[in-house]
Design a protein around this ligand. Structure first.
Ligand code: F6P
Length: 447
């Protein structure tokens, strides 16, 4: 179960919803023919359970107010910034907490109703941290796993949260709690010790590190498709066949460091290290959480800066930054990876970043350079990327320039190593590892 179902209703039909969690988990749930409990993305409407792509989907209803207070409020204006290095200030409001508690109980009730005796229940992400304890109270028979897709903050930051003890206790009722990085697991354990005075061992909760991955075969299938390759060629020629095509693909989120990369790019043009006649930068910014002020402010700022750079360096027949505020299908995104020379992942903090893993997989057998923030979980594994601290604009400029002029043999060798790393640990292996730890005696996930 996760906050969202893996589908959104668009123009009357169900389409896969965007985001790393869905692209990672949907193949796993389909492969197990499991059930997925989540919000259907529509307010104030009861949607009946339905089947989609080999999964049984059980919608949980949210009212307009709950969407505002539980999703936009507590999940994404309290927890999200608190868990992402306080890039914007978290807001602490008691009505939001009440809504978070109420919605978590509704999700727990949905599991309790659907899960067979002895089922495996896998709860995902920061929206649902109270659910393990709520299920445990009524269903001692089920195995409960929790996976946190985003970072877990250091205790000094987490301690700000007025409801910190309830969150820790909510999680500690899981049998297994999984994190992306060692540092997240350590931060969680320190919070339990320092704030609750208890250890995870004492509560018999296993803590593990399971870096999430991608469906490698799906990405490779797309890279082999003639149609996808044709789209990639067309993208490049529509952009005027630039010598260097730099790409960014992100949800429009302040954690992604989009402004930092635009500033660095502008300075490289200004310094004459990148030629605006031969270079173009394509930024895909997938609309996200548009009801939240910080996201609206970011959009304004990004769009202002894109206009400013094009105003300085574009010509009548050529923009230097191409910015698209929309989502792209999986195949179109892979076509963009095939068209590009350089991918920029400059997150200020990121649980993993699956775009980085998709890019190196799609570029397998080809050249291509990945500029990767050391603050993204993927940096623990993709060591052959050009690693950067995105706050250091001079260092970021150097990294982008290095990636733009890398020798093709060097680029190909680095991509090959990184693609092999991802290939050795794909999303199915990630799920197997977690589920094995949760229930060594077999049994597939039911929720
Ligand atoms: O992993 C972080 C996350 O919240 C995922 O749960 C989700 O797939 C993605 O970001 C997109 O966020 P949202 O569901 O708020 O659109």
């Amino acid at each position: 179960m996760a906050n969202r179902l893996p589908v959104d209703r668009r123009e009357g039909s169900w389409e896969p919803s965007p985001g790393g969690l869905v692209s990672a988990l949907a193949p796993v749930v389909s492969a197990h023919r499991g059930a997925w409990i989540g919000w259907a993305g529509i307010h104030d409407e009861d949607v009946e359970p339905f089947e989609f792509d080999g999964m049984s989907l059980f919608p949980v209803a949210l009212s307009h107010d709950e969407h505002h207070q539980y999703y936009e409020g507590f999940s994404n204006a309290t927890l999200w910034p608190l868990y992402h290095d306080l890039i914007v200030a978290p807001q602490y409001h008691r009505p939001w907490w009440k809504a978070y508690y109420a919605v978590n109980s509704r999700f727990a009730e949905a599991v309790i109703a659907v899960a067979a005796h002895g089922a495996t229940v896998w709860v995902h992400d920061y929206h649902l941290q109270l659910v393990p304890d709520m299920i445990r109270a009524q269903r001692p028979d089920v195995q409960i796993g929790f996976f946190n897709h985003i970072p877990f903050p250091p205790v000094e930051q987490f301690a700000q949260l007025p409801w910190r003890d309830s969150i820790l206790n909510g999680l500690l009722s899981a049998d297994v709690i999984g994190f992306q990085r060692e540092s997240d697991a350590t931060n969680f354990q320190q919070s339990c010790l320092r704030l609750l005075g208890t250890s995870c061992e004492h509560r018999r909760t296993k803590i593990g590190v399971y870096p999430i991955s991608i469906d490698v075969d799906e990405v490779l299938r797309a890279t082999e498709s003639e149609a996808v390759n044709e789209v990639a060629r067309r993208f490049r020629s529509d952009l005027g066949d630039p010598a260097t095509l730099i790409l960014g693909v992100d949800r429009l989120d302040y954690t992604k460091g989009i402004l930092h990369r635009l500033h660095a790019f502008e300075e490289l043009l200004e310094d004459g290290l990148l030629d605006p006649k031969e270079t173009c930068f394509v930024q895909i910014a997938v609309p996200s959480r548009e009801g939240i002020d910080a996201y609206q402010d970011l959009r304004d700022e990004v769009e202002r800066l894109v206009g400013h750079i094009n105003g300085r360096f574009g010509t009548l027949d050529r923009s230097v930054v191409h910015y698209f505020h929309r989502s792209y299908s999986a195949d179109s995104t892979i076509a963009l990876y095939l068209a590009a020379d350089v991918l920029l992942v400059t997150s200020l903090r990121d649980g993993m970043n699956l775009v980085a893993k998709e890019f190196v997989t799609a570029r397998q057998g080809r050249a291509g350079a990945l500029v990767l923030s050391e603050f993204a979980g993927a940096a623990d594994e993709l060591r052959q990327a050009v690693l950067v601290n995105p706050h250091d604009i001079t260092g970021l400029k150097h990294a982008i320039h290095q990636a733009a002029i890398i020798r093709p043999e060097d680029a190909r060798a680095r991509i090959a190593t990184m693609a092999a790393t991802v290939g050795d640990y794909d999303v199915h292996q990630w799920a197997r590892d977690f589920l094995d730890d949760l229930q060594p005696a077999t049994a597939p996930a039911d929720c």
